[in-house]
Each structure stands twice: as structure tokens, then as C-alpha cells.
Design a protein around this ligand. Structure first.
Ligand code: PEP
Ligand code: MG
Length: 541
């Protein structure tokens, strides 16, 4: 038995024969051509066919993985018509007297290199998209039948890397899983694999041509692949796979059903996300909306302050693809465990009690306003709520709201569209719990951040592993704080949700329902298991 390790894309098991997904060697002639007009025509034909293919892939991805993922192929179709790209190809054919293949490959490589060198991570990621569309045109020009590469038997594909269009094109009824040597967990290919529920391992350096045709198990739980597994191991992983399937089948039956208790109380079960990459999982798991969009990831993914336009795109994509579902977006919660170099934050003795979240935003108004303007602009594309983290005083809530209003007025004066937004307070400090009545009078909802609320209520640094033995997630003080918050919110007619990890704890679902919680926002995978519990509770008993 051989074991390969890598990064897992999905917690799941795939069992089957390995198939090396060979890309045909595409030798491209650099010799001069005489009939450049004929080459231009070959290119234009390939370009038209590639656009057709991307449109078909859009439809396929839409059906298999959802709108957000499918959008990649719309972008590809647009890139294929991009003037700079097309002009560069024609220039190589006419100016350098090269064949269409050479021109497409050279212009594609050049443009991909330009994108790869950009600072903006969104534009950097476009490099892979350019390579993808150039390869599609090359396959067409060279008559490569990519559909035949997968073979006819169900298998686990092994490849150096897979482009998004290759992944969508694969026949899913024959695709048990895949393993690649390259790839990143945020690539479109990885996102696709997750949203299509395909166990996959990336960055597996042990991949070898000798694996072709061998029996293997991709173990997504342990981020490894067993090639020629021992009979005992195979048997135990087969069992695990069957259990997974049974659980999945049961949970799938809950899709489309309401989160209603036996006695008729319905609550919202929303998802926590870090960005667009998680939206597929929200849709796959039938999330009613997003209860916590942690926008720090937008900042953490950048090498410098993300601009208003960059942020606008990041928020708009999420909001638009989930509309009309509610998306609760938390303003930047940088600081403590989440830092970025470009903000040049000082090292602190007590970072969890330090300069973080709303404290940074309220003292660096331009920084805050950039985000608020982006959020307000995105709100024109769907159903947006905005909430502020780490609030400890009414003054902070008022300041944050006043800055939001200032941004709204500015945008309206500039003629930019803004939507109507609910404004909420995160309750994650004991101070906020104790003044919850005052806060509730001046906002539209509360969202309880139990991770920080536990940290601050119990004075237990959530980053300190040594404190594990002292940590009691069901500490009565934390549960009491949650109850007080829900009661205060309801006294003032606002809804109250829980977005910390405790919201997904099945042992507490009934407790929270009895407290009267209106929303639980959890990781997408917990949505259907929670729905199952909610539907079995009878609050009248
Ligand atoms: C929390 O504190 O519970 C919360 C949801 O926010 P974060 O975990 O991002 O601090
Ligand atoms: Mg928090």
C-alpha cells in the first residue's frame, strides 16, 4: 500500500480505480506561415466555438453547482472576446507570421503572466482563467477530444492540475473523486468540487504514473489517498462511505422543508460564510440566507488595503447570487487573531482586549467608510443587513450608525444606487449583554457571537490551548447571557440570532428554541442536521 497526502477539498470518501487524466502533448509549430488570412479564419472559428462551449458549460455548471460557480464561464466567454486579447493574437499571426495555435498559446501565456503579477488577488486569480480559455481554443484548433480523456469506467482521476472548464466538462456519473499535484483550496476547481460533493485531494506531491489503473481510496477526512489499500483498511473505509451516504440521503430529504418545531414555531437557519467561495455550500445545504459574512477574509486575502470597488465586487457577488435571501454582513473584525501586515497594527500585550474590530473602524474613519460605502452599494443588488462587531457601548453603536448614514448621503449625492439595510449589533461582550435594552432601542437586530462572548464572560483566551481544560462551552453564565440578550431584544421588538459556534451545537438547539431564538447561523454543513433536530422538538411539552 502507498499513501499520498495533500489538502482535502471535501470531507468524504471516494473508492475506485485511479485513472491518470492525460493531456495530449500539444506540440506547437513556431515555423512561419504564408497564408496568414487562413490562420486568422482558423482562430476566429476556434474563438466562436470556444465561446459556444463556455456558454454550454455555464448551463451545465448552473444545473450542477449553482449560479455563483456558473458565472465563471460567463466571465470566460467575455474574456474570449476581450479586444486586447484578440488583438494580441491577430498581431502575432499577421505581424510574426505564425500559426493560430502559436498565436493563441503565446498571447494566452503573456496575458496570464500579466494577471499573475498583479497585486489584486481577484485579478491574480484571473491568470488561471486566461490559461483555461487559451487551452480550450488550442484543443479546438488541434482537434483534441477532451471528453474522451476521462475513459468510460467510473474512476478517481489523477492529474497535474484541472482547469475549471475541465472539471465542469467531466461526466459526473463516472467521476468518483480526483487528485491533483497542484491547485489551491480557493481555486474555482476546488469550489466546484465542493459544491458538487466530489471528494478531492489537491497538492498531492506523491502522484505517480504507476498509479494508473490501481485501486485506491481518497480519504477526505484525513487528507490522504491510499493506493492499493490493505483489505482491512478498505473494508473500514467502505463502511464509513456507506454511513456517509445513509446520512446524506436522510438529510437530503429535509431540503425544501421549513425549520418548524412540532408545535409550529419556525426559526431561520442561516449560514456563516467567509466569502463567495462558501456560497455554493449555502445553496447546496439549503441555507435560508447568510447570518454572518465575516468580511475580514476580504482584507486577509489582499496585500494592501482593498479598495472600495474591490470590496463592492466581493460583497455584490455574494449578495446578488443569494438574492432575495438575507445576507448579514459584519463590518471588518480585524485585530486580535486576525491581522494583516499592511495595517501596521502594533503588537499588544492583550490583543483580545485590544485595538480590534469596531475600535479600529471608529478611529480610522476613512478605512471604515471605504467598507461601508462598498456595503451600501452592494445592498442595491439584494437583501443586505449590516452588523457591527465587539460593541461595548451605545456611543459606539451611534457613531457607527452615523458613519453609515454619512456614507449613504454621500453615495446618494453621487447618484449611486443604495438599498435599504437593517442595522444590527453583535452581542459578544458582557458589556453589550448588560446594556442590551439600550442597544435594542437603536438597532434592528442582535446577533450573538458566542465565541467571543464565552471568551470575555469566562475570561478565557480563545487562542490559548492551555486553557482547554477550563473551557466549558455550556457554561451557565454564557447561557444566561444569551437568554438575557434574547429577552432584551424581544422586549424591544427586534429579532435575535446566534452566529457563534454554539449555534451549531445540537445539544443546545432545544435550549435555544425554548429561549425564543429567532435565527441560528451556522457552518453550511450543520444546516440540515439542525433542521432535523428543530423539526423533532415540541416546545409545548
Ligand atoms: C463570535 O465571536 O462568536 C463570532 C461569531 O465572531 P468571530 O468568531 O469571527 O470572532
Ligand atoms: Mg467575535
Amino acid at each position: 500500500m502507498q499513501v499520498g497526502t495533500g489538502k482535502s477539498i471535501l470531507n468524504g470518501i471516494a473508492i475506485g480505480k485511479l485513472k491518470i487524466y492525460k493531456k495530449k502533448d500539444t506540440t506547437i509549430s513556431a515555423a512561419a506561415v504564408t497564408d496568414t488570412e487562413a490562420e486568422i479564419q482558423r482562430f476566429e472559428k476556434a474563438q466562436a466555438k470556444a465561446i459556444e462551449q463556455q456558454t454550454a458549460l455555464y448551463e451545465k455548471a448552473l444545473a450542477e453547482a449553482g449560479e455563483d460557480i456558473a458565472e465563471v464561464f460567463n466571465i470566460h466567454a467575455m474574456m474570449l472576446e476581450d479586444d486586447d486579447f484578440v488583438d494580441a493574437i491577430k498581431e502575432i499571426i499577421n505581424g510574426q507570421k505564425k500559426c493560430a495555435e502559436y498565436a493563441v498559446k503565446t498571447a494566452g501565456d503573456n496575458q496570464a503572466a500579466v494577471f499573475a503579477a498583479m497585486d489584486d488577488p481577484y485579478l491574480q486569480a484571473r491568470s488561471a482563467d486566461v490559461e483555461d480559455i487559451a487551452q480550450c481554443m488550442l484543443d479546438i484548433l488541434q482537434g483534441v477530444d477532451t471528453d474522451s480523456l476521462q475513459g468510460t469506467e467510473p474512476s478517481i482521476l489523477v492529474a497535474e492540475d484541472l482547469a475549471p472548464s475541465e472539471t465542469v466538462r467531466l461526466d459526473k456519473s463516472l467521476l468518483l473523486g480526483f487528485i491533483t499535484r497542484e491547485g489551491s483550496s480557493n481555486s474555482h476547481t476546488a469550489i466546484l468540487a465542493r459544491s458538487m460533493n466530489i471528494p478531492a485531494l489537491i497538492q498531492c506531491k506523491e502522484i505517480s504514473p504507476e498509479w494508473d489503473g490501481k485501486m485506491a481510496v481518497v480519504d477526505g477526512y484525513n487528507a490522504c489517498v491510499y493506493v492499493d489499500p490493505t483489505p482491512d483498511l478498505l473494508e473500514s473505509l467502505q463502511k464509513r462511505q456507506q454511513e456517509d451516504r445513509k446520512k446524506q440521503a436522510l438529510l437530503q430529504e429535509l431540503k425544501g422543508k421549513t425549520n418548524t418545531t412540532l408545535d409550529g414555531t419556525t426559526i431561520n437557519v442561516f449560514a456563516n460564510i467567509g466569502g463567495m467561495g462558501d456560497v455554493g455550500a449555502v445553496q447546496q445545504n439549503d441555507g435560508g440566507g447568510v447570518g454572518l459574512f465575516r468580511t475580514e477574509f476580504v482584507y486577509l486575502n489582499c496585500k494592501d488595503y482593498p479598495t472600495e470597488d474591490y470590496q463592492f465586487e466581493a460583497y455584490k457577488q455574494v449578495v446578488e447570487s443569494l438574492a432575495p435571501k438575507k445576507v448579514v454582513i459584519r463590518t471588518c473584525d480585524i485585530g486580535a487573531d486576525k491581522t494583516v501586515d499592511y495595517m501596521k497594527l502594533d503588537k499588544e500585550d492583550n490583543p483580545a482586549l485590544g485595538y480590534r474590530a469596531i475600535r479600529i473602524c471608529l478611529t480610522r474613519k476613512d478605512f471604515f467608510k471605504t467598507q461601508l460605502r462598498a456595503l451600501l452599494r452592494a445592498s442595491a443588488f439584494g437583501n443586505v443587513s449590516i452588523m457591527f462587531p465587539m460593541i461595548i457601548s451605545l456611543r459606539e453603536l451611534r457613531d457607527a450608525k452615523a458613519t453609515l448614514e454619512e456614507c449613504r448621503e454621500e453615495l446618494i449625492a453621487e447618484g449611486k444606487a443604495v438599498g435599504k439595510v437593517e442595522v444590527g449589533t453583535m452581542i459578544e461582550t458582557p458589556a453589550a449583554v448588560l446594556i442590551a435594552d439600550d442597544l435594542a432601542e437603536e438597532c434592528d437586530f442582535f446577533s450573538i457571537g458566542t465565541n467571543d462572548l464565552t471568551q470575555y464572560t469566562c475570561a478565557l483566551d480563545r487562542q490559548n490551548a492551555k486553557l482547554e481544560p477550563f473551557f466549558n462551552p455550556h457554561h451557565p453564565a454564557v447561557l444566561k447571557a444569551i437568554q438575557m440578550t434574547i429577552e432584551a431584544g424581544h422586549r424591544h421588538g427586534i429579532w435575535v440570532g446566534i452566529c457563534g459556534e454554539l449555534g451549531a451545537d445540537p445539544a443546545l438547539t432545544e435550549v435555544f428554541l425554548r429561549m425564543g431564538v429567532d435565527e441560528l447561523s451556522v457552518n453550511a454543513k450543520s444546516i440540515l442536521p439542525l433542521r432535523k433536530i428543530i423539526r423533532s422538538v415540541d416546545l409545548s411539552k
